[in-house]
Design a protein around this ligand. Structure first.
Ligand code: IDP
Ligand code: MG
Length: 158
Protein backbone atom coordinates (compact mmCIF):
# COMPACT_ATOMS: atom_id res chain seq x y z
CA UNK A 1 0.00 0.00 0.00
CA UNK A 2 1.74 3.22 -1.07
CA UNK A 3 0.17 6.33 0.34
CA UNK A 4 1.37 9.79 -0.55
CA UNK A 5 1.50 12.92 1.62
CA UNK A 6 1.01 16.48 0.47
CA UNK A 7 1.03 19.98 1.91
CA UNK A 8 -1.98 22.29 1.72
CA UNK A 9 -2.07 25.89 2.89
CA UNK A 10 -5.27 27.78 3.51
CA UNK A 11 -4.29 31.30 2.57
CA UNK A 12 -5.22 34.43 4.60
CA UNK A 13 -8.24 35.11 2.33
CA UNK A 14 -9.73 31.75 3.37
CA UNK A 15 -9.64 32.84 7.01
CA UNK A 16 -10.87 36.36 6.31
CA UNK A 17 -13.80 34.99 4.34
CA UNK A 18 -14.74 32.31 6.88
CA UNK A 19 -14.07 29.44 4.49
CA UNK A 20 -11.59 27.39 6.52
CA UNK A 21 -14.16 24.82 7.66
CA UNK A 22 -15.70 24.45 4.21
CA UNK A 23 -12.33 23.91 2.56
CA UNK A 24 -11.06 21.39 5.12
CA UNK A 25 -14.41 19.62 4.86
CA UNK A 26 -13.98 19.12 1.12
CA UNK A 27 -10.66 17.35 1.65
CA UNK A 28 -12.14 15.22 4.43
CA UNK A 29 -15.22 14.28 2.44
CA UNK A 30 -13.08 13.24 -0.50
CA UNK A 31 -11.45 10.68 1.76
CA UNK A 32 -8.04 12.26 2.29
CA UNK A 33 -6.65 11.65 5.75
CA UNK A 34 -5.69 14.67 7.85
CA UNK A 35 -2.30 13.95 9.39
CA UNK A 36 -1.17 17.48 10.28
CA UNK A 37 -2.79 20.81 11.12
CA UNK A 38 -1.41 24.12 12.33
CA UNK A 39 -2.26 27.83 12.25
CA UNK A 40 0.17 30.66 12.66
CA UNK A 41 1.18 34.16 11.63
CA UNK A 42 4.38 33.30 9.82
CA UNK A 43 7.44 35.44 9.33
CA UNK A 44 8.29 36.67 5.85
CA UNK A 45 11.29 34.31 5.74
CA UNK A 46 9.01 31.24 5.91
CA UNK A 47 7.00 32.37 2.88
CA UNK A 48 10.14 33.41 1.02
CA UNK A 49 11.43 29.85 1.43
CA UNK A 50 8.08 28.33 0.51
CA UNK A 51 7.76 30.37 -2.69
CA UNK A 52 11.49 30.48 -3.55
CA UNK A 53 10.77 28.91 -6.96
CA UNK A 54 8.79 32.04 -7.87
CA UNK A 55 11.47 34.51 -6.70
CA UNK A 56 11.99 36.02 -10.14
CA UNK A 57 8.31 36.30 -11.01
CA UNK A 58 6.68 39.76 -11.00
CA UNK A 59 3.95 38.68 -8.57
CA UNK A 60 6.42 37.36 -5.94
CA UNK A 61 6.59 40.44 -3.63
CA UNK A 62 2.79 40.82 -3.64
CA UNK A 63 2.40 37.08 -3.00
CA UNK A 64 4.74 37.10 0.00
CA UNK A 65 3.02 40.23 1.39
CA UNK A 66 -0.40 38.60 0.94
CA UNK A 67 0.69 35.37 2.62
CA UNK A 68 2.06 37.26 5.64
CA UNK A 69 -0.98 39.56 5.93
CA UNK A 70 -2.70 37.17 8.34
CA UNK A 71 -2.61 33.64 9.72
CA UNK A 72 -2.09 30.69 7.42
CA UNK A 73 -3.57 27.26 8.18
CA UNK A 74 -1.35 24.39 7.09
CA UNK A 75 -2.62 20.87 6.49
CA UNK A 76 -0.76 17.67 5.81
CA UNK A 77 -2.98 15.24 3.92
CA UNK A 78 -2.44 11.59 3.10
CA UNK A 79 -3.97 9.31 0.51
CA UNK A 80 -3.32 7.44 -2.69
CA UNK A 81 -2.14 9.95 -5.32
CA UNK A 82 -2.83 12.68 -2.76
CA UNK A 83 -0.79 15.32 -4.61
CA UNK A 84 -2.78 15.01 -7.83
CA UNK A 85 -6.11 14.57 -6.03
CA UNK A 86 -5.58 17.79 -4.04
CA UNK A 87 -4.53 19.76 -7.13
CA UNK A 88 -7.70 18.63 -8.90
CA UNK A 89 -9.89 19.61 -5.95
CA UNK A 90 -8.22 23.06 -5.87
CA UNK A 91 -8.78 23.92 -9.53
CA UNK A 92 -6.81 26.24 -11.80
CA UNK A 93 -4.62 28.96 -10.29
CA UNK A 94 -6.79 31.80 -11.63
CA UNK A 95 -10.02 31.30 -9.70
CA UNK A 96 -12.04 32.91 -12.49
CA UNK A 97 -10.92 30.12 -14.83
CA UNK A 98 -11.21 27.31 -12.31
CA UNK A 99 -13.93 24.75 -13.02
CA UNK A 100 -17.13 24.78 -10.99
CA UNK A 101 -16.92 22.01 -8.42
CA UNK A 102 -13.37 22.93 -7.47
CA UNK A 103 -12.50 24.98 -4.37
CA UNK A 104 -11.26 27.95 -6.38
CA UNK A 105 -13.98 27.57 -8.99
CA UNK A 106 -16.75 27.57 -6.42
CA UNK A 107 -15.45 30.08 -3.91
CA UNK A 108 -13.07 32.53 -5.54
CA UNK A 109 -12.86 35.35 -8.08
CA UNK A 110 -9.15 36.18 -7.88
CA UNK A 111 -5.91 35.04 -9.49
CA UNK A 112 -3.72 35.95 -6.52
CA UNK A 113 -6.18 35.57 -3.63
CA UNK A 114 -7.05 32.01 -4.57
CA UNK A 115 -7.68 30.48 -1.14
CA UNK A 116 -5.41 27.43 -1.22
CA UNK A 117 -1.95 26.13 -1.98
CA UNK A 118 -1.18 22.50 -2.76
CA UNK A 119 2.18 20.85 -3.49
CA UNK A 120 2.62 20.17 -7.20
CA UNK A 121 5.07 17.22 -7.24
CA UNK A 122 6.55 14.59 -4.92
CA UNK A 123 9.72 16.70 -4.64
CA UNK A 124 7.88 19.87 -3.66
CA UNK A 125 5.64 17.91 -1.26
CA UNK A 126 8.73 16.57 0.53
CA UNK A 127 10.31 20.01 0.72
CA UNK A 128 7.10 21.77 1.79
CA UNK A 129 6.06 19.16 4.38
CA UNK A 130 9.48 19.51 5.95
CA UNK A 131 9.16 23.32 5.91
CA UNK A 132 5.67 23.42 7.49
CA UNK A 133 5.64 20.18 9.52
CA UNK A 134 9.33 19.55 10.14
CA UNK A 135 9.13 19.30 13.92
CA UNK A 136 8.93 16.08 15.87
CA UNK A 137 5.32 15.09 16.44
CA UNK A 138 3.95 17.58 13.89
CA UNK A 139 2.65 14.74 11.72
CA UNK A 140 0.20 12.33 13.36
CA UNK A 141 0.03 8.77 12.08
CA UNK A 142 -3.35 7.13 12.60
CA UNK A 143 -5.65 4.65 10.89
CA UNK A 144 -9.14 5.71 9.84
CA UNK A 145 -11.56 3.00 10.97
CA UNK A 146 -13.16 2.94 7.51
CA UNK A 147 -9.98 2.73 5.42
CA UNK A 148 -11.19 -0.54 3.90
CA UNK A 149 -14.27 1.29 2.64
CA UNK A 150 -12.46 4.35 1.30
CA UNK A 151 -10.36 2.03 -0.86
CA UNK A 152 -10.75 -1.46 -2.26
CA UNK A 153 -8.95 -3.79 0.13
CA UNK A 154 -8.07 -6.21 -2.68
CA UNK A 155 -7.12 -3.75 -5.36
CA UNK A 156 -5.68 -0.77 -3.52
CA UNK A 157 -4.69 -1.72 0.00
CA UNK A 158 -2.84 -4.98 -0.52
P1 IDP B 1 -0.58 27.31 -7.84
O1 IDP B 1 -0.88 27.90 -6.47
O2 IDP B 1 -1.85 26.98 -8.57
O3 IDP B 1 0.38 26.15 -7.79
P2 IDP B 1 1.64 28.92 -8.86
O4 IDP B 1 1.92 29.14 -10.29
O5 IDP B 1 2.54 27.99 -8.11
O6 IDP B 1 0.10 28.48 -8.70
O7 IDP B 1 1.68 30.35 -8.17
C1 IDP B 1 1.74 30.50 -6.76
C2 IDP B 1 0.74 31.52 -6.33
O8 IDP B 1 1.13 32.80 -6.81
C3 IDP B 1 -0.68 31.33 -6.89
O9 IDP B 1 -1.45 30.41 -6.16
C4 IDP B 1 -1.23 32.73 -6.82
O10 IDP B 1 -1.62 33.06 -5.49
C5 IDP B 1 -0.01 33.58 -7.18
N1 IDP B 1 0.06 33.84 -8.63
C6 IDP B 1 0.57 33.02 -9.59
N2 IDP B 1 0.53 33.57 -10.81
C7 IDP B 1 -0.01 34.79 -10.63
C8 IDP B 1 -0.30 35.86 -11.52
O11 IDP B 1 -0.06 35.80 -12.74
N3 IDP B 1 -0.88 36.97 -10.96
C9 IDP B 1 -1.16 37.06 -9.63
N4 IDP B 1 -0.86 36.08 -8.75
C10 IDP B 1 -0.31 34.96 -9.24
MG1 MG C 1 2.38 26.18 -7.11
Amino acid sequence: MSMERTLVLLKPDALQRGLVGEIISRFEKKGLKLVGLNMRNWEKSQLEKHYAVHKERPFYPTLVAFMTSGPVVALALEGKDAIEVVRKLMGKTNSRQAEPGTIRGDMGMSFSNNLVHGSDSPESARFELDLWFGGQGDICSWDPADLGWRYSIKEELS
